[in-house]
Design a protein. Structure first.
Length: 714
């Protein structure tokens, strides 16, 4: 925790005391403690996006609001006929489209914009330009073709005034391409205008120099270059600090969320230190891009989502909905399998960011098949997770792989069916908590028809879809909707109709026409504490967390981490801010108890970090293993598993930076702490071999990074 904040908390008496005092005191304290720059009440929570709809914009391709900042010459394609060049779109254009109502009337409540920082300005005949923003030169300055810092701040403030959060894309994996013929800028890095290094002349090894990855394994992906992009060594102290300083400076500009590029290509535990930096400075919802192809899934993806402190783009959902409603290779049973898999694999499936397409895959819409896009949007916007709509999907923009999927916005027509679907369903995510927090239940399924229900507290949403050209008789449908009549929330846009529910929760048989979606909803009055969400899901003592749900009551009860009461900062029926109490590092269940003493279900395993986190590279030499065995580290602090080998950290790597029988792993540990640990070998069956000798000791650095090197103690 930074000193300033610790002092602030102490000044307010909030590090040690719990909830006390009048509403006046409460209001005073919460405004003093507010992290965000927006006026209270204009935008939703920066740490809970489950009731939002994100709209993803490729800044260069949305709207040119200021032709004065367009590049000259070879960088620029004025009619955007060359999709690899800059086309003129900018932050002023986004501001204009917020002000003219196009975005607000669609109902979206967050924007995800292209990386905003200064990029290289060279042009390569094949790979083009940095119009997409992923080729940074200086992470502390703006991309001049998008605007200067004043315009960026204006974008944030206009967005906030209109109830819209701003999510920025962050790219801590790399700078830019270092090409063989040096057609680009050799991955050059600047620090707020000052030259730092470039890929071919990198005396301090700020970049990895291990060649390009062949994606053969996790280590190879992390410690070798992605394509020819100059790959940061985040374990170098300067780079570690540079990237963390950079993200803090953008947080200070008022951003509300972060999308992290290429998270499968950076050390996972270094990223955990990045998340600790973000949460210690200004907690905002953060989600990473771990690309998965069609049908692809892997345990590391889920482990990262559950351990790193950030969420992931929901590629499992995105790829599967495309198989069911675009390709028609899979059916609803397959979709249900993915819903079940993701619900059980993610600790918090509602925090994953769902989508039907994005700038790295063919657009969902196929010319002539626009109705499939409509069906997919209806499912996306009523499913678990935070939905993201890729710009232009509401205009049925088509296009194959990059850069064809990044064409300019063709029009801003507010009457398309797709636009209206978003307009009707986005507000429902805010008014009916079942869409934000509810589980997904299967109510009726065959290959073409799927009825699924979301339920939370006393709220219910039932959605039915028929993707086929046939009518189906639906009999035996049961629901949690109370007895009564319900209108279609899409007002018949996709052929839907109203229904009646009997006293026993049954719906009389009916016929569901081809290509139809019905959305029925009941907004209840939840009177007992129903805990829907905690954000962030990890933090240090004294950090503020937001607990969301319903039925907490209008006057303050209590919040518990395990059995310890947490200081309450603010309290309303649906949202509580509380501080992580003084606890040892570990996992704690969070519960809410109202003034009648009724306790909510637990939010499982909030992770209390021991202190500020720093990344230390643990190296153990001469550790010979039997086939199937790997090396791990286990030690006396929470971050090292507290001597519990089930929680030991690894498996270590042994191919790129150091080679077998030498092993290494970059690990988040508490700063400025004297730690004790040992290396262990663990085989595929979980058998543990401890090294001998006494415990190793090491004092971790106060900030930046560290390295510990030792020989295996046979
Ligand atoms: C994934 C991004 O989404 C993609 O567009 C980009 O080119 C690569 N990462 C490299 O930054
Ligand atoms: C756990 C102990 O606490 C630690 O000190 C010891 O080195 C290992 N077990 C191995 O015996
Ligand atoms: Ca422009």
């Amino acid at each position: 925790m930074d000193l300033e904040r610790r002092t602030l908390l102490k000044g307010l008496g909030l590090t040690t005391v719990g909830w006390a005092g009048s509403n006046a005191v409460q209001a005073q304290e919460s405004s003093d403690l507010a992290y965000s720059t927006q006026e209270a009440g204009t935008v939703g929570s920066t740490v809970n996006y489950t009731d939002d709809v994100i709209y993803q914009i490729v800044t260069d391709r949305f709207q040119d609001g200021d032709s004065g900042n367009n590049p000259d010459g070879d960088l620029y394609s004025s009619d955007c006929s060359n999709l690899r060049k800059y086309c003129g779109g900018d932050w002023q254009g986004i501001i204009d489209k917020i002000r003219d109502g196009y975005l607000t009337e669609m109902g979206i409540t967050a924007l995800w914009i292209s990386p905003p920082f200064e990029n290289v300005t060279s042009v390569d005949a094949d790979i083009g330009t940095s119009y997409h923003g992923y080729w940074a030169r200086d992470f502390k300055d703006t991309n001049e073709f998008f605007g200067d810092m004043n315009v960026f701040e204006e974008l944030v403030s206009v967005a906030h005034d209109n109830g819209i959060k701003v999510v920025m894309d962050f790219v801590p994996n790399h700078t830019s391409p270092s090409t063989a013929d040096n057609s680009m800028e050799d991955g050059v890095l600047y620090d707020d205008g000052d030259y730092v290094t470039s890929y071919s002349d990198d005396p301090d090894d700020y970049f990895h120099h291990n060649g390009g990855t062949d994606y053969s394994n996790y280590e190879d992906q992390i410690y070798r270059n992605l394509y020819n992009l100059a790959d940061f060594d985040q374990q170098e102290a300067y780079i570690d600090q540079y990237l963390k300083d950079a993200i803090r400076s953008w947080l200070d500009k008022g951003i509300d969320g972060i999308r992290v590029d290429a998270v499968a290509h950076m050390a996972p535990k270094w990223q955990k230190t990045l998340m600790d930096t973000i949460y210690d400075h200004k907690p905002v919802f953060t989600f990473g891009e771990w690309f998965l192809g069609t049908g692809e899934s892997n345990q590391r993806y889920y482990d990262f989502s559950n351990d790193s402190g950030m969420s992931l783009l929901d590629f499992r959902f995105g790829q599967e909905i495309r198989e069911v409603l675009r390709e028609f290779n899979d059916d609803w049973e397959d979709f249900w399998d993915v819903i079940e898999e993701t619900a059980s694999q993610h600790d918090q499936v509602i925090d994953q960011v769902s989508f039907i397409d994005n700038h790295d895959m063919e657009r969902f819409t196929v010319a002539g098949e626009e109705a499939n896009t409509d069906l997919a949007l209806a499912v996306l916007l009523t499913s678990r997770g935070t939905p993201t709509v890729y710009y232009g999907t509401e205009q049925y923009l088509t296009g194959g792989n990059d850069p064809e999927n990044r064409k300019p916005m063709p029009s801003f027509d507010q009457s398309t069916t797709a636009y209206q679907i978003i307009q009707k369903l986005a507000p429902l995510r805010q008014s009916n908590a079942a869409l934000a927090y509810g589980d997904t239940q299967q109510r009726w399924i065959n290959s073409d028809v799927f009825f699924y229900e979301r339920e939370f507290g006393d709220n219910v949403v039932l959605v039915g879809i028929n993707r086929s050209q046939e009518s189906y008789d639906i009999s035996g449908l049961l629901t949690a909707l109370p007895e009564g009549s319900y209108d279609d929330q899409l007002d018949g846009l996709l052929g839907g109709f109203g229904t009646s529910v009997n006293g026993d929760g049954s719906i009389d048989s009916f016929s569901l026409d081809p290509r139809t979606v019905c959305v029925w909803e009941y907004t209840g009055n939840t009177t007992e504490p129903a805990l829907g969400h905690v954000g962030p899901t990890m933090g240090q003592t004294g950090h503020t967390v937001t607990v969301s749900g319903e039925g907490f009551g209008s006057s303050a009860g209590s919040v518990q981490f395990g059995s310890t009461d947490a200081p309450v900062v603010s309290w309303s029926d649906s949202k509580i801010e509380a501080e992580v109490p003084a606890l040892a590092g570990g996992f704690y269940d969070v519960t809410v108890t109202d003034t009648d003493g009724v306790q909510s279900d637990a939010f499982a395993d909030f992770e209390v970090l021991t202190d500020d986190q720093v990344s230390v590279r643990f190296v153990v030499n001469n550790a010979e293993t039997d086939p199937g065995e790997s090396v791990y580290v286990v030690g006396n602090v929470h971050e090292l598993g507290e001597w519990n080998t089930d929680r030991s950290v690894g498996p270590f790597f042994n191919q790129v930076v150091y080679e077998y029988p030498n092993w290494y792993f970059d690990v988040n540990v508490p700063a400025e702490t004297s730690i004790e640990f040992k290396f262990v070998k663990i085989d595929g069956d979980g058998n543990v071999t401890w090294e001998s000798g006494s415990n190793r000791t090491y004092t971790t650095p106060s900030d930046s990074t560290g390295e510990y090197v030792g020989d295996w103690q046979a």
